[in-house]
Design a protein around this ligand. Structure first.
Ligand SMILES: C[S@@+](CC[C@H](N)C(=O)[O-])C[C@H]1O[C@@H](n2cnc3c(N)ncnc32)[C@H](O)[C@@H]1O
Length: 410
């Protein structure tokens, strides 16, 4: 079985974060954008998979994969008169068949969806036609490289401005790290090295990334070979996002996805967006998903500890250690939240010294700073409130925070 062949056997921590975002953001997107399209919204899952993961020990059925999360979203959206039309594309014939069967069993009868077996590129025209006068949210989650640059920029991101378009792309850093390793190899091309490099060129737009990767890797070399390559791949993603912006006007909100908090990211989940509300709304979804991811990592820690002790009780009957780990985790969660509020408060203080009024919507990234994707409205509210009490800024007004400005106190 290939490394990817194991993918649907067990949902990894990285998938918990990705799915946490997918559970939430399509609902927000469809609720907002459907206002302009009589409620109709198109959702594309371009690398759909089989719909469900394989069941784990003790599970009757496996965890839902991305298509089932979309189906659940559609159910919620129907209550607010949003009509989600889903297109699922899957290249692996067996997965496509499983997906069709799963959806037939589990999708609500009212949901409009189609499953297409084959390459996402070959079905893109059908999706673009379906979404011709509707908002479109596309989720692209490949194992390796994603859509070639020209298909992304000249087809998906080239839709008329009038119809909201957003793309959520799970960028697999390993595809660049691994291929970047081939750049030093100048021997005879026995294993299709040039073809692999050409595939990454097409994915990233051209061969610009080769020089960037080498330079970034050299800069990071002191951190060791593996770290340096991972760092170089991350920097390549930053440049890729700039290219996308220059060529299409779409901005990006990158979310690093890690296995554990202190490890290098495996993926960067990127939202490409145009609407100014998107970062604030997306940040909420990411922050909630990150919370679930931390809980998952903690639960795994406890699970591993218990597995290591072979089910035998420790000196304190096993209970003390589990309780200790749970308490420790709860404590670190509240410490984190406190740190975020402090960080946001100092960001606000700095922003209001530069300008007497700061728009929450337009300055989301600056307000959250390093807590972007971790903290959300509740933390912003606490920081703002405490600064208002200290007389630094005016109190929070009535209405949604995203529509407000933070005013410096006179
Ligand atoms: C990372 S998995 C998708 C996981 C799924 N999105 C989820 O979260 O449950 C990637 C899937 O894309 C499929 N795939 C790979 N290349 C493809 C292509 N060019 N077009 C469509 N599907 C593709 C693979 O067979 C695999 O099932």
């Amino acid at each position: 079985m290939t490394a990817n062949g194991h993918f649907f056997q067990r949902r990894q921590a990285a998938a918990v974060l990705k799915h946490g975002v997918l559970k939430r953001y399509p609902t927000v997107f469809a609720a907002k954008t459907g206002l302009t399209s009589g409620g109709k919204v198109v959702y594309l899952d371009g690398f759909a998979g089989p719909g469900r993961y394989e069941p784990q020990e003790g599970q009757v059925e496996g965890d839902p994969g991305s298509p089932l999360l979309a189906v659940q979203t559609a159910d919620t959206l129907a209550n607010i008169n949003r009509d989600l039309n889903c297109v699922f594309i899957e290249r692996n014939p067996r997965y496509a068949k499983d997906l069709q069967a799963t959806l037939e069993k589990e999708a609500p009868a009212s949901l409009q969806y189609r499953v297409r077996e084959g390459d996402v590129i070959d079905h893109l025209d059908e999706v673009l036609e379906l979404a011709a006068n509707r908002p479109l949210l596309a989720f692209l989650d490949p194992f390796g490289t994603g859509l070639p640059y020209k298909d992304l920029t000249q087809r998906l991101l080239a839709r008329p401005q009038q119809w909201p378009t957003e793309v959520l792309f799970n960028f697999n850093l390993n595809s660049v790290t691994r291929t970047g390793g081939l750049l030093n190899d100048t021997g005879p091309d026995r294993n299709g090295r040039e073809a692999t490099l050409a595939r990454i060129d097409a994915f990233l737009g051209s061969d610009w990334w080769r020089g960037e990767f080498r330079a970034f890797r050299q800069q990071a070399e002191t951190e060791g070979q593996r770290r340096a390559a991972a760092q170089a791949a991350e920097n390549v993603v930053g440049v890729y996002c700039k290219h996308i912006f220059n060529d299409t006007g779409f901005r990006s909100f990158p979310v690093p996805i890690r296995r554990k908090p202190d490890e290098a990211p495996l993926f960067i989940l990127i939202l490409f967006y145009r609407h100014l509300d998107a970062p604030y709304e997306f940040n909420w979804a990411v922050s909630k998903a990150n919370e679930e991811w931390r809980e998952h990592v903690h639960a795994e820690e406890i699970f591993k500890y218990e597995a290591k002790s072979g089910g035998q009780e420790d000196l304190f009957g096993g209970v003390l250690t589990r309780t200790y780990l749970e308490e420790h985790n709860a404590e670190s969660a509240s410490k984190l939240a406190e740190e975020w509020v402090n960080t946001i408060a100092s960001n606000i203080e700095e922003l209001v010294t530069q300008s007497p009024s700061v728009s929450v919507r337009d300055r989301t990234a600056d307000l959250f700073g390093t807590t972007l994707g971790l903290a959300r409205e509740t933390h912003l509210r606490k920081a703002w409130k405490s600064l208002a009490q200290q007389g630094v800024v005016k109190p929070i007004g009535k209405g949604k925070l995203i529509r407000q400005n933070i005013y410096r106190a006179e």
